[in-house]
Design a protein around this ligand. Structure first.
Ligand SMILES: Cc1ncc(COP(=O)(O)O)c(C=O)c1O
Length: 371
């Protein structure tokens, strides 16, 4: 029997997909409720030209998507690589920059693939702790000690997955300056950034900085699998070359649909996002204020997720498994973000389901305190 190459599992994804059918209260996910095709048509007014050529692919991205992204990031087409979701975007960046033995500094807690994909490529992950006690802020004093001659890349998310905290512009500027001083790159995954309550500038344009994003989380269009990289020209060129080995080109039809979403309905989609999450976030805020003995949180700046610490004396995977079995509430265990005794809680869902799910969570956590 020929040997298979071993790729690290991504336990977060396995947890989310294997439990999707078992939950009534899906509080583990990080995307806003998806946009239906009917809603999409109403918001965009899009109609596919009858002569749209379904036989042609667009390795450099469908031209209208290029145009939309060039406008948003104020960049040139040579800085843009389109991809099949944020997942491929991050993969292309990692495989363009990393070789076995290299070191990557990655925030902790953090989104699983940002640790595990570099490991697949033989790189070593050096965790950069973000602490609840410091409001999950990036600790600039620690960073210089983590850099070594082997460091190639620093990786952060903005807004932070899992806490939803914003990295202020001045902090990003200082990280990028340090990256440039040490001749390393900074990857800022901005998939949640458009979910900020007020528009925030992209980190693209800071020294040595690459950004990635997609339509999955804030826009509710993840099924179309459109993402992108915005990078200095030579990095974008390399990512484009690697893309020839992965997908070659993303779906032109998806890119056309998403181009129209960004060019003609971006404001309306962001409004839809804010309408849903503002109410849910203020409900969570009052829930946290009413239950300080059960959970401590850092209020997320925006987006769809937060990362509270619970007081019950139980590991996160056990807590989440028991809660799902007893109440059909699905949370994401903190250990899948490399920080136990926390859970990731998503609030992009229907407000009634969120309220009911939080009620059941409250009962569960309260019963544990009494034991
Ligand atoms: C920080 C971050 N980056 C990338 C992705 C992947 O995005 P996509 O669904 O567009 O592949 C996710 C999905 O959860 C994410 O949270």
């Amino acid at each position: 029997m020929p040997c298979l190459v071993r790729t690290p599992r991504i336990p977060l994804f396995e947890w989310l997909s294997s439990n999707a059918e078992k939950t009534t209260y899906p509080l583990a996910y990080s995307n806003i409720t998806g946009v239906s095709y009917e809603e999409y048509l109403r918001l965009t007014g899009f109609s596919l030209p009858a002569n749209f050529d379904l036989g042609v692919d667009h390795p450099h991205g469908y031209h209208e998507l290029q145009k939309a992204l060039a406008g948003i990031y104020q960049c040139s087409p040579v800085n843009i690589v389109t991809s099949s979701g944020g997942t491929e975007a991050n993969y292309l960046v990692f495989s363009s920059l990393l070789s076995p033995g290299d070191e990557v500094i990655v925030e902790q807690p953090g989104y699983g693939p940002l640790w595990l994909t570099p490991q697949t490529l033989g790189a070593r992950v050096v965790p950069w702790p973000r602490r609840l006690e410091q409001q999950f802020a990036l600790d600039l004093d620690t960073l210089p000690r983590l850099l070594s001659k082997k460091t190639k890349l620093i990786v952060v998310t903005n807004l932070h997955n899992p806490s939803g905290v914003l990295i202020p512009r001045q902090t990003l500027q200082r990280v990028a300056d340090l990256a440039a001083l040490h001749n390393v790159f900074l990857l800022v995954d901005e998939i949640f950034l458009d979910g900020a309550p007020t528009p925030q500038p992209s980190a693209f344009g800071l020294p040595n900085t690459i950004v990635t994003s997609s339509m999955s989380k804030i826009y509710g269009l993840g099924g179309l699998r459109t993402g992108w990289i915005i990078a200095p020209e030579h990095v974008a060129y390399q990512c484009q070359s690697v893309k020839s080995h992965t997908t070659g080109a993303s779906s032109g039809l998806s890119e056309a649909l998403n181009a129209s979403a960004l060019l003609s309905a971006r404001g309306a989609l962001l409004e839809r996002f804010r309408a849903r999450t503002t109410e849910n976030k203020s409900f969570l805020k009052s829930w946290m204020a009413a239950n300080p003995d059960l959970m401590t949180w850092v209020e997320p700046f925006g987006g769809t997720i937060c990362f509270p610490r619970y007081s019950a004396d139980v590991p996160s995977l056990r807590l989440c498994t028991e809660l799902l079995d007893s109440s059909r509430v699905l949370l994401a265990p903190g250990e899948y973000f490399f920080l136990d005794r926390h859970v990731r809680l998503g609030f992009g869902i229907d407000p009634t389901l969120l309220r009911q799910g939080m009620k059941l969570l409250e009962q569960d956590l309260r019963s544990r305190l009494k034991k």
